[in-house]
Design a protein around this ligand. Structure first.
Ligand code: TXA
Ligand code: MG
Length: 317
């Protein structure tokens, strides 16, 4: 199917991807159509081995070499100088290309069988929470793609870290499965994307994203009373409320309030996050109150996704 230009949903260690032959412009066009993805938001190319880098990148460089050696296969996407062989559609017209080697045997077997790198965004409809099970992919894309490979829930639950190594020092374009601190322990300081120039470099970071249909409000774990007051206000307005809690306690849960508790560990939070948001949507809640986490380690990726999910509709971030 991939060689014929069709799209295939497949598991990775982070989230499910929507794969297409990265070197086939017609297949790439279908990704944007099926997801409803803005055409200036470039894709990540997935490789079965570092040897395939020659097919897609013009230059790798010393820092990237170190990172590849240490973190591939794994949830680290590197932005590199693009090879002319990669269609402009895969990179949103940029002269760089994003690549990673997923740490999942089904993903690697699929790329090998396709004999081509696979361009694969997360397999959700644009703007929705990323899929961490094959069922999530089916819920968003049924009828639009011919095949989904089901290998159970993904291990990590948030997407890969995206690092631009064409800049010096490298720029963290998206926090993800490998924490910034872990990368810095290997290659030294990394720049944070604080300015609009970085946003232009990584168009995907501009949009509201990962959003459930219900409204989402982030709670500061240091302000435990806000859970009670937000809840009281919502219930006064007759809203159904879902709470995603980590450490905050809620006694005497009123009827019409759903509570999902995540064990006190960031890896468990990342693993459960998107699935919990989708479950609240399935239960038709109007408002989701979500407890935030400290922005250390995986906490940075979790808070990035929660902030985008909580952004007002149509607001460009
Ligand atoms: O974990 C993941 O990375 C998942 C799985 C399926 O591998 N994929 C994923 O893809 O999250 P997607 O399309 O949802 O996110 C791609 C991100 C976007 O933020 C995009 O802007 C950025 O990578 N990106 C892609 N190419 C880029 C480039 N050339 N320069 C800067 N940012 C780029
Ligand atoms: Mg995505």
């Amino acid at each position: 199917m991939l060689r014929a230009g069709d799209l295939v949903g497949f598991p990775t260690e982070t989230v499910y991807g929507l794969g297409a032959d990265a070197l086939n412009p017609a297949a790439l066009r279908q990704i944007y159509a099926v997801k409803g993805r803005p055409p200036d938001n470039p894709l990540i190319l997935h490789l079965a081995s570092p040897e395939q880098l020659d097919l897609v990148a013009r230059e790798v460089g010393a820092i990237a070499d170190i990172l590849i050696h240490r973190f591939w296969p794994g949830p680290l996407t590197l932005v590199l100088a693009k090879s002319p062989a990669v269609p402009a559609l895969a990179t949103g017209g940029l002269d760089t290309v994003a690549v990673r080697m997923p740490d999942h045997r089904v993903a690697l077997a699929l790329i090998r069988a396709a004999h081509t790198p696979l361009a694969a965004p997360s397999a959700n409809r644009s703007g929705r929470p990323s899929p961490t099970t094959a069922r999530h992919v089916f819920d968003d894309l049924q009828g639009c793609i011919p095949l989904i490979l089901d290998a159970g829930p993904t291990a990590i639950g948030v997407e890969s870290t995206v690092l631009d190594v064409t800049a010096s020092p490298p720029v963290l374009l998206r926090p993800g499965g490998i924490p910034r601190e872990v990368l810095e322990a290997t290659i030294g300081p990394i720049q944070l994307p604080q300015d609009s120039a970085t946003r232009r470099r990584s168009p995907g970071t501009r949009y509201r994203h990962y959003s459930p249909r219900a409204g989402l409000r982030l709670l500061d774990p240091e302000q435990p009373h806000t859970l009670r007051s937000e809840l009281a206000t919502a219930l006064q307005h007759g809203q159904r409320v879902g709470c995603l809690l980590h450490r905050l306690e809620l006694s005497d849960v009123p009827p019409d309030v759903l509570v999902t508790r995540i064990p006190e560990c960031l890896a468990a939070y990342a693993h459960a996050l998107f699935s919990a948001l989708r479950a609240f949507d399935a239960a038709a809640v109007d408002l989701i109150l979500v407890e935030g986490v400290p922005e250390k380690g995986l906490g940075a990726a979790i808070m990035d996704r929660l902030r985008r999910a909580a952004a007002p509709v149509d607001r460009q971030l």
